[in-house]
Design a protein around this ligand. Structure first.
Ligand code: HAM
Length: 419
């Protein structure tokens, strides 16, 4: 038997309603803030991610699914959604359009990571991006969208917002020096990756999962002490706008795993998850669009991992219910079954979820199937019913049965369901 590739998961019909619930709430919430859906390709030119996501991030250096296509182009399966949206904004000439530009997406993304609970090689994201505003109100609005989404899902109590500012390139250059001064005496004890990070992007040192590096970095200086006046004022304004609307903790160690961020960064984490505790992450990235060739365009956004959200929902027992079917039509013999098929089509035309026998089962077995799937109404048709033009309709809730004329069955079922 061929196995599913490592780090991937099938979404089975029995759990489809859960995914659809999350996706439905994502769409509804995004709509409330004026965000419209965008769909971009699953793969892009590799350069988009190496330039956009950044060549000091783990994602670009270790985790991308990159291959040469038949035309010898280097292609990469998207490891995230932000870079593709930025590329689409530029390639479709949307820079000249109405600002702010607001878009959301529901996508699959691919990272060659070591799989564990909450960490997959193919995973799914709900993300939102806002371009054209450098105002703290834009940061606040995106965070409030994320917060409303999590609350509407029923996991508001199980997650917590952690907020930080990583400043502008000037603040980060100052911070990089402060970090180098701090880490230099410990350089020989750091892991091989961190030795490279020390040279290329010392802020990444704070993100290392190796115990030794974690211990050393515990006493590292805080980015908040390196912020310039403008970045500090921006961060204060964002916090003020959020005060009273969403609870948060300032965590100066949130640096995010992608290189494009500037100023505000945030993560919603959950103690209901294990090591992979971040369900949603995002921030401002004022330099990305310009780096990809646009005129300077400030931007802010987030993405939530759907698999991790579903794990939190299940851990805190968020009540979710699959939509029940409406009616099952049982046929006693071949002509009745043929009629059942026509009647089912007619009822579906009335918007009812109807099934009928496709397995040549006995009536008894058909009833058993209807019971197993919890059909609230069961319509039975036999020779006599066909002759009379009326079927036996059983309301399973009330345990009552009635003869109902074929032409009146749709109405009758709707009344049963209303009760
Ligand atoms: P990210 O933090 O890399 O940010 O990913 C966002 C979320 O995707 C994570 O918080 C997590 O829930 C989920 N996620 C990431 N990797 C995996 C994985 N291997 N398995 C399962 N879930 C995963 C971004 O992707 C940015 N593009 C977010 C953003 C949008 N920033 C601004 N705009």
């Amino acid at each position: 038997m061929i196995q599913i590739p490592k780090g991937c998961k099938d979404m089975l019909p029995s759990e489809a309603y859960l995914w659809q619930t999350v996706e439905g709430i994502a769409r509804e919430t995004a709509k409330l803030y004026g965000f419209k859906e965008i769909r971009t390709p699953v793969f892009e030119h590799t350069e988009l991610f190496s330039r956009g996501v950044g060549d000091t991030s783990d994602i670009v250096t270790k985790e991308m699914y990159t291959f040469l296509d038949k035309g010898d182009r280097s292609i990469t399966l998207r490891p995230e959604g932000t870079a593709g949206v930025a590329r689409a904004f530029l390639s479709n000439g949307l820079q000249g359009g109405v600002m702010p530009f607001k878009a959301y997406y529901l996508i699959s993304a691919f990272r060659y990571e070591r799989p564990q609970a909450g960490r997959l090689r193919e995973f799914h994201q709900f993300g939102a991006e806002l371009y054209g505003s450098a105002q703290p109100e834009a940061d606040a609005e995106v965070i409030l969208l994320a917060n409303r989404f999590l609350n509407s899902l029923g996991v508001g109590e199980a997650v917590h917002l952690e907020l930080n500012s990583i400043g502008c390139p000037a603040c980060r250059a100052k911070y990089a020096e402060a970090l180098r001064a701090y880490f230099r005496p410990h350089l020989d004890k750091l892991c091989a990756d961190c030795k490279v990070r020390f040279e290329k992007n010392p802020m990444r040192l704070l993100d290392c999962k190796e115990e030794v590096c974690k211990e050393i970095s515990a006493g590292a200086p805080s980015i908040l002490d390196s912020l310039c006046d403008d970045c500090r004022a921006h961060f204060e304004a964002v916090k003020k706008l959020l005060d009273g609307k969403v609870a948060y903790t300032v965590n100066p160690r949130i640096v995010r795993g992608l290189d494009y961020y500037s100023r505000t960064v945030f993560e919603f984490t959950s103690s209901a998850l294990g090591a992979q505790s971040t369900v949603l992450g995002g921030g401002r990235y004022d330099g990305l669009l310009e780096q990809l060739g646009a005129k300077p365009t400030p931007a802010v956004g987030f993405a939530a991992g759907l698999e991790r959200l579903l794990m939190v929902m299940s851990a805190v027992d968020v009540p979710t219910a699959e939509q029940l079917p409406d009616a099952y039509i049982a046929g006693m013999d071949a002509p009745s079954r043929a009629y059942a098929l026509s009647l089912a089509e007619e009822l579906r035309g009335e918007g009812l979820l109807v099934e009928t026998d496709l397995m040549d089962r006995s009536v008894k077995a058909q009833f058993k199937y209807a019971g197993k799937l919890n059909f609230p109404v069961v319509v039975t048709i036999g020779e006599e019913e066909l002759r009379e033009g009326a079927a036996e309709v059983r309301n399973m809730f009330a345990s009552t049965s009635e003869r109902v004329k074929f032409g009146e069955i749709a109405q009758y079922i709707k009344e049963c369901l209303r009760r």
